[in-house]
Design a protein around this ligand. Structure first.
Ligand code: ACO
Length: 376
């Protein structure tokens, strides 16, 4: 058996091959199936990117139209899931509700026990289609609001905004939101994707893998960082306070949320795209307060620690400017990343080998056993 060197947090360890995305820190680039994220954000839609990730190629016009129609036909969720949401205590965490919703949804999927490639594709598309309703419905029900039925004249992202907020978004806002979804859709062997792959590598199913992934994404070192970043910006308060706030936070060894990355050390290409959009949306909405505050935090972090923002930093204030509730930012990350998660689970199952690393045992050896009576 091969042995490998131990690396804390598996840093630098290659845990397996993939053809889904290429994270290239040297070139500060990210490719989905060989396509640069910059080109995809500029020219595609989230639906097209989800198709690319899961099916492996960009859709023709017919494939695209069929796929959009399929997603629309799968937008609603079973009444049993809606009823279950009604029994969750008020003001619950939206990621916990999403995780619970996926668990209940599995009972209503006719392909639940079929792990063939085709059945997995069908399940992947259903999951992508149903995530907006799972998030919007659970949130509204839990906050005492009535649910908003999907509107099939709207695209995937804008329909989510409509179901969450109860009004159709401005087309520009919907466009920026869609760009954020494309940027969040996939990112190699990140913690949540890896959790999904580990789960299905036991020949478990896509729903179980998705539940694992949601649990992993929730933490503030991963997807939870976009919410934490906005809370932090609110604590900073203003551009005038930003420098002193960051210096103080660094002096007291606080982590600055939305900064740093395990792979990107000189720049996150998604952050670059979204920071530009953050400047634009701030200008269009006539509210530069958060962008200016964020820019100073960024400047001080670069100067003091040479640490750059990750994707979660610009999305935090972009979503805030869009009027989205802060506790929904991480579920939005999941709404996009379900495309990457399902693509990875299918790739894992198509060529499976159980993911089962070794532990570096550091405890005592050959301890003499003492019976309970002797232990007193
Ligand atoms: N704020 C302050 N210092 C930081 C930050 C940060 N955000 N990130 C890294 N550092 C410092 C560490 O304190 C450490 O310094 P030291 O060597 O003096 O102790 C050094 O940089 C290396 O940091 P690690 O945490 O060891 O780097 P790692 O690769 O393990 O961490 C991580 C990456 C977890 C993302 C980290 O940068 C972090 O906690 N960031 C804040 C949370 C965040 O934004 N997460 C989102 C990640 S992107 C995503 O999931 C889409």
């Amino acid at each position: 058996m091969k042995t490998a060197e131990y690396s804390p947090g598996l840093e630098g360890v290659i845990a397996g091959p993939t053809t889904i995305s290429h994270v290239n820190p040297e070139l500060v680039s990210l490719m989905y199936r060989g396509y640069d994220i910059k080109d995809l954000v500029q020219h595609s839609t989230f639906e097209e990117v989800a198709y690319l990730l899961i099916q492996g190629h960009l859709p023709s016009t017919k494939e695209y139209n069929d796929f959009c129609a399929l997603l629309k036909s799968e937008r609603t969720i079973p009444q049993a899931v809606v009823d279950a949401f009604k029994n969750i205590p008020p003001n619950s965490n939206p990621m916990d509700m999403l995780r619970a919703g996926v668990s209940i949804l599995c009972f209503h999927d006719p392909d639940r026990d079929d792990n063939s490639h085709d059945a997995n594709l069908r399940k992947a598309f259903r999951l992508v289609a149903k995530f907006p309703a799972l998030i919007a419905y659970s949130y509204r029900i839990n906050r005492g609001q009535s649910i908003v039925e999907p509107d099939n004249t709207l695209g995937h992202g804008e329909n989510f905004l409509y179901m969450l907020l109860g009004q159709k978004p401005d087309p520009y806002i919907a466009h920026v939101f869609d760009c954020s979804l494309m940027s969040y859709a996939e990112h190699g062997f990140n913690a949540s994707t890896f959790a999904a792959r580990v789960t299905v590598s036991t020949l478990s199913d896509l729903y179980s893998g998705t539940v694992s992934a949601i649990g992993a994404l929730k933490g503030p070192l991963h997807g939870g960082a976009n919410e934490e970043a906005m809370h932090m910006l609110m604590e900073v308060g203003s551009p005038e306070n930003a420098e002193a706030w960051v210096l103080d936070a660094l002096a007291t060894k606080k982590k600055i949320m939305g900064f740093g990355h395990r792979e990107y050390k000189t720049g996150d290409p998604r952050a670059a795209i979204l920071t530009e959009m953050g400047a634009e949306i701030s200008q269009k909405l006539g509210d530069n307060h958060w962008y200016q505050t964020a820019s100073i935090v960024e400047e001080v972090m670069r100067r003091e620690k040479n640490i750059v923002p990750n994707v979660d930093f610009p999305t935090s204030y972009i979503y805030y400017l869009m009027g989205l509730p802060i506790e929904i930012y991480t579920p939005i990350f999941a709404l996009a990343r379900i495309a990457g998660w399902t693509a990875h689970m299918i790739e894992q199952l198509d060529n499976n080998r159980l993911i089962r690393p070794k532990a570096l045992y550091e405890g005592p050896q050959h301890v003499e056993y003492v019976t309970r009576e002797q232990r007193g």
